[in-house]
Design a protein around this ligand. Structure first.
Ligand code: SAH
Ligand code: F3S
Length: 474
């Protein structure tokens, strides 16, 4: 039974005072960015964030479709929400359940068939229309599905960004035209689209004005960026990074996720010339076997990848690399898998994500012959992760004794402790006064753990062995 929705009239703040929303995000950083922008869209309607999902008036599951497990999580979470929704059906505060993100985009109406108590289904390109969806839901009292790829630019319709810390994401590019044969992203996020330069710079200035020191530029294929410069010209990612580095207050720039074949000379020279561009790069390779890379439609060989890494390291010798790997792609032999291990050995990664191949309906690889048994995938994943973990630990240990500039952006588990990020994305714990939050402080690294570092903040005047431009020392 659908809950009554008389309180959901969005244009009336009187009714909406104290309305609460909880957005739960799955998957990639783009979803994290989208979730915060949904909050920005709903704030003018009177919605405030509720950290307790089961107490919120509006619950949005911002879903991920990349692997089967990620997609299935949505339905188990919906099952739990249904119980809460039914218990509140006749109360003053009925629950509205919305499914957004890539599962919503891929499954659309199917979600309502499997979970008829869901009120709204919307894709990653329509969340700026959330107020309209809520109004339609209130007026019609029946579920709303909006999974278009609208021609208008959703970013134009979004209100000003509201960061909540010293590090923020900034989406500059969306969608993917690469069609790797295993991947759903081109279907769920649509064709490649670059935001024009001016609104990107404006958003960066806004963020900097609100205390943001580090921005991570986001795109499914971020280095395919070619944004309109307003004068008939287009900027590459490398040239955009140079402009962003000039924004007062922005001290650190990162970008993710990049595609090897789109790493161009502009980007490589930005790594050489722009001190604010952090010496850390997530550059997915997926496999070290040329046969598998071809079957994946990756448009680069393992030799190409190594060559790109060599050129990047020539430009920025301090560069630390991270990557994504898939094991057990259809047709992957022991020799193909060994080629992946060899590539990992020869490149050296400081961090990585590795996954068992998960067949996704509608993608070419799902119909390929020679699917690999689960047990083989699991064994290969274990071997690969052991090697990657060893490399990660070795890198973390090599940081002990170094002075690293750390941007502190959250409180630590203990009182008196802050946690921040090193230039290489490691979490760094140190004792520091709470009012130093949001600053970049030089830290002498004392201890390395597999997933984090800890250290001591350095006195004023101490030198950091870093290339950060304007760091603050304690
Ligand atoms: N450019 C994208 C990357 C795609 S998804 C981005 O915006 O992050 C992230 C990673 O998930 C991929 O690099 C790949 O390693 C993994 N992945 C994608 N599809 C997969 C599948 N069907 N099975 C297993 N892993 C997958
Ligand atoms: Fe997916 Fe390949 Fe694009 S991994 S996001 S189709 S580059």
């Amino acid at each position: 039974m659908r809950a009554p929705l008389q309180n959901a009239e969005p244009n009336s703040n009187r009714h909406l005072a104290n309305k609460t929303v909880h957005v739960k995000s799955y998957g990639c950083q783009m979803n994290v960015y989208d979730a915060s922008r949904m909050g920005d869209v709903l704030a003018p309607l009177g919605y405030v964030n509720d950290p307790d999902m089961f107490a919120a008036d509006l619950v949005i599951l911002n879903t991920c479709h990349i692997r089967e497990k990620a997609a299935e999580k949505v339905y188990s979470e919906l099952g739990r929400l249904r119980v809460e929704k039914e218990s509140r059906a006749d109360s003053e505060r009925p629950m509205v359940i919305a499914v957004g993100g890539c599962v919503a985009q891929a499954e659309g109406e199917e979600i309502l068939r499997r979970a008829p108590y869901v009120d709204m289904v919307f894709g990653p390109q329509t969340y700026h229309r959330l107020p309209l969806m809520l109004r339609t839901l209130a007026q019609r009292g029946e579920a709303v599905v909006d999974t278009d790829f609208p021609a208008d630019d959703k970013f134009d319709a979004l209100p000003d960004v509201q960061p909540d810390g010293a590090a923020a994401f900034l989406t500059i590019q969306e969608g993917c035209d690469k069609f790797c044969t295993f991947c759903v992203v081109p279907y769920t996020r649509g064709a490649e689209f670059s935001r024009p330069v001016d609104p990107v710079l404006r958003e960066a200035r806004l963020l900097a004005g609100k205390g943001v020191r580090e921005i991570t530029l986001l795109g499914q294929n971020v280095n395919a960026y070619h944004g309109d410069n307003g004068n008939g010209d287009e900027l590459t990612l490398g040239r955009l990074i140079r402009k962003l580095a000039d924004v007062e207050g922005i001290e650190r720039i990162r970008y993710t996720t990049s595609y090897p074949a789109e790493v161009d000379d502009d980007l490589i020279s930005a790594h050489r010339d722009v001190p604010a561009l952090m010496p850390y790069l997530h550059l997915p390779v997926q496999s070290g076997s040329d046969k598998i890379l071809k079957a994946m439609n990756r448009r680069h060989s393992s030799g190409d990848y190594k060559d790109i890494v060599r050129r990047l390291r020539d430009a920025q010798p301090d560069l630390a690399l991270s990557s994504d790997f898939i094991v057990g792609f259809p047709g992957e032999t022991d020799a193909d898998f060994q080629a992946t291990l060899d590539l990992v050995q020869s490149v050296g990664f400081v961090q990585a994500y590795s996954f068992k191949y998960s067949p996704r309906p509608g993608t070419p690889a799902a119909d390929m012959d020679d699917q690999i048994p689960e047990a083989v995938k699991s064994a290969r994943l274990q071997l690969l992760q052991d090697l990657l973990n060893r490399q990660q630990i070795a890198f973390n240990e090599s940081c002990v004794g170094r002075d690293l500039p750390v941007l502190f952006d959250r409180p630590g588990a203990r009182p008196g402790q802050l946690v921040g990020r090193s230039p290489y994305m490691q979490a760094v714990h140190a004792d520091a006064p709470a009012d130093r939050m949001g600053e970049i402080i030089t830290v002498r690294i004392d201890r390395a753990k597999p997933n984090s570092l800890s250290g001591t903040i350095r006195p004023i005047g101490a030198d950091a062995s870093s290339n950060a431009k304007r760091e603050v020392v304690a």
